[in-house]
Design a protein around this ligand. Structure first.
Ligand SMILES: [Zn+2]
Length: 475
């Protein structure tokens, strides 16, 4: 399995200047090559520079039979053996020419330049798989460069980057033995430089569930805003709302920065301060999410999540118009606050983290369609919208009473187990029995020992309570 380890770098002032210069140069190179690919495509679509010609006969021909520019106009279209190059190879063959014309590009290590082209290639690959057209990068969006495998060396608390030299780093977690070093990415964030080392570790997954018969526990998770996660064993994980906590300080810094003279160093400093607080929010959220992921993996062998359409949930409300074309209130201003809360939850990232930790420890993790999970009674299967009243679930058919989110997570768990083909009756009972997992190594040990701010199991037996004026009172 390939995992990434992140470390904070401690570059010398001269190294910092070099890396900043590199970023600036690589960004222009990226944008230049993107423009080249676009114009090459347009040339194929409607030729502006003359028609294509067959190289052997030099006769004009149709682009269908001979497309010399395979989405690139730079570089040599053919290899020595006469085989056609693809766009990456063509642009890569242009690099020596670029270095001759612009000698300052010689300071960048050649593999870094090639990786930069690979990055553009990946952007196009994503586009062909339906994930948006590559964009021109602004200075704010272009913050990293990478080295291919087998270029970077590690020695205690020092790391060697070709053309940059040895650099100290904060060795916050030790890299396990028996790893293969993969791509290494250097990234500039608001609070300094970081390196992300991708490692291929053969020992992962550390424990492997061989078949479904070994599964002892399963857990369903219902994602929410007030309660970030409601688990099918009755446990609730609250949402710390990191953005909201620091929103006051952020607003003050935003206002301060906006009032500085444009282009002044004071303004620069103020925006750097603002960026640091945004970074802090991200760091806090990520840390919390990793802890949740490890907590879940320790609880169960199968983790079942809901497959939410998050992009659809934060989409803007449609504009409302009356007969005369006048725009009416469409509730967008109220939706904006909700959207902000949804973004603060960062469910997508949380799911990714749960999936990756589950893969690491050999747990099964799957997504199910959450349709009707909050309206369906997990006891009798009765579906009715009125079953749910805010945070309370009362089945109008059989009278089953529970916390609405926990009840939804039970439904999710049942649905997921049905997909896997496991009988759910015994698995959903709250047991302490989990397939033993090996002790986690490195800093992950520390991550787990920190307890979550949640009292587990406080709502396990909610059905023994009676609801009076919206409060649960024991029967
Ligand atoms: Zn029922």
């Amino acid at each position: 399995m390939i995992i990434a380890y992140k470390y904070k770098l401690k570059p010398s002032p001269s190294q910092e200047i070099t890396m900043t210069n590199w970023l600036s140069m690589l960004r222009s190179h990226y944008n230049f090559c993107l423009r080249d690919r676009i114009s090459a495509y347009e040339q194929v679509k409607s030729p502006k520079l003359g028609n294509y010609s067959d190289l052997k006969t030099k006769a004009p021909c149709c682009p269908l039979t001979c497309s010399i520019s395979d989405q690139s106009q730079l570089g040599e279209p053919f290899k020595k053996a006469g085989k056609k190059r693809n766009a990456y190879e063509m642009q890569s063959s242009e690099l020596p020419v670029l270095k001759k014309a612009r000698p300052w590009y010689k300071t960048i290590h050649s593999t870094v330049l090639q990786q930069n082209l690979r990055r553009l290639d990946t952007a196009f690959k994503n586009f062909f798989e339906g994930r948006g057209y590559p964009k021109f990068k602004t200075r704010q969006k272009f913050k990293s460069f990478s080295y291919p495998p087998n270029q970077v060396k590690l020695k205690e608390n020092k790391i060697y980057f070709p053309s940059l030299g040895w650099m100290r780093f904060l060795n916050s977690r030790s890299i396990p033995d028996g790893f293969n070093l993969k791509t290494v990415t250097v990234r500039s964030l608001s609070d300094g430089w970081y390196v992300s080392i991708r490692i291929e570790n053969q020992d992962i997954p550390q424990s492997k569930l061989k078949d479904l018969e070994q599964v002892k526990t399963a857990i369903g998770c219902d994602l929410g805003i007030k309660k970030l996660l409601a688990l099918s064993n009755g446990e609730l994980i609250e949402n710390p709302q990191f953005e909201k906590r620091l929103s006051k300080r952020k607003t003050i810094r935003q206002r301060r920065a906006s009032r500085k003279r444009i282009g002044s160093s004071n303004q620069k400093r103020a925006y750097a301060e603002l960026a640091r607080i945004e970074q802090k929010i991200v760091n806090q959220r990520e840390d919390h999410q990793w802890k949740i992921a490890h907590h879940l993996v320790r609880k169960a062998d199968v983790i079942i999540l809901e497959d939410l359409n998050i992009q659809g949930m934060i989409r803007k409300c449609r504009a409302k118009q009356d007969e005369n074309g006048k725009f009416l209130q469409n509730g967008q201003s109220a939706k904006r606050a909700l959207n902000r809360l949804i973004r603060d939850c960062s469910w997508g990232n949380l799911k990714l983290k749960i999936q990756s930790v589950a893969a690491k420890f050999g747990c099964i993790c799957l997504d199910v369609n959450p349709k009707f999970t909050s309206q369906k009674c997990s006891h009798c299967g009765h579906i009715q919208k009125e079953n749910r009243n805010k945070e309370r679930f009362l089945c109008l058919n059989c009278g089953f009473l529970a916390d609405a989110d926990v009840q939804a997570s039970v439904n999710i768990a049942i649905q997921g187990l049905k997909t896997l083909g496991i009988s759910h009756s015994k698995l959903l009972r709250v047991t302490e029995e989990v397939t033993p997992k090996p002790e986690m190594t490195g800093s992950s040990d520390r991550e787990i020992s920190v307890s979550l701010e949640v009292e587990p199991g406080n709502l396990q037996q909610l059905s023994l309570f009676e609801w009076v004026n919206g409060e649960a009172i024991p029967c």
